[in-house]
Design a protein around this ligand. Structure first.
Ligand code: E4P
Length: 218
């Protein structure tokens, strides 16, 4: 399973990339706004750190505007992946940009039908938002299960399922059990997964016993 990080925080991206946890990065207009920086500048900096796809989202809502923004953003670096919303114009932009050899991430997916349309439009990634469905009392993971079933029924569909809006490690584990190709994770969720109280307690006991020996390894 590929791990993307869902952030524009350069310090987090750098540290997690050095730990081997970053196969790509996703951003959205809210994440860029939080960075307080210009989109093109922050995307260029992330692309210089990370080899995998870095999603940069268009903000136009009409087809000509999406195409113009998408073409501008993709020229920033060879690993830019253009993110478009799951609207009719967004899927038309997806079809055109993917036909030009650009990676496209279709975002704001909330139904299996939408995911099927995105695959037909040639999306590289479809981003179903699990957390936001949970927020309205629908099980977001049911959507991942449905999309995986549909895509696996038609192996000619090449679109990868990129599980988004992940809020905690259980989302990630459930998505992995379903065979989702990618999860985009807030850095805090990755850091939560390192932790286990039995790891801490075990290490404490080992070090206490080691101290009693008076030895040092080096
Ligand atoms: C990533 O591509 C999405 O924009 C992101 O995961 C949304 O997460 P949120 O629902 O926590 O804002």
């Amino acid at each position: 399973m590929k791990f993307f990080v869902d952030t524009a925080d350069i310090a987090d991206i750098t540290a997690l990339n050095e730990a081997g946890m970053v196969d790509g990065v996703t951003t959205n207009p809210s994440i860029i706004a939080k960075s307080g920086r210009k989109m093109a500048e922050v995307i260029a900096e992330i692309c210089a750190i990370v080899e995998g796809p870095v999603s940069a989202e268009v903000t136009a809502t009409d087809l000509p505007g999406m195409l113009a923004e998408g073409r501008y953003l993709r020229d920033i670096a060879k690993n830019v992946c253009i993110k478009v919303p799951l609207t009719e114009a967004g899927l038309r932009a997806c079809k055109t940009l993917s036909g030009e050899g650009t990676q496209v991430n279709v975002t704001l997916c909330f139904s299996p039908g939408q995911a099927l349309l995105a695959a037909k439009a040639g999306a590289t990634f479809i981003s179903p938002f699990v957390g936001r469905l949970d927020d309205i009392a629908q099980d977001g993971m049911d959507l991942i299960a449905d999309i995986m079933t549909i895509y696996m029924n038609y192996p000619a569909l090449r679109t990868e399922v990129l599980v988004a809006s992940i809020r905690h490690p259980i989302h990630l584990i459930q998505a992995a059990k379903l065979g989702a190709h990618v999860a985009t994770l807030p850095p805090a969720v990755i850091r939560q997964m390192y932790k286990h109280p039995l790891t801490d307690r075990g290490l404490e006991a080992f070090l206490a016993d080691w101290k009693k020996t008076g030895q040092s390894i080096l």
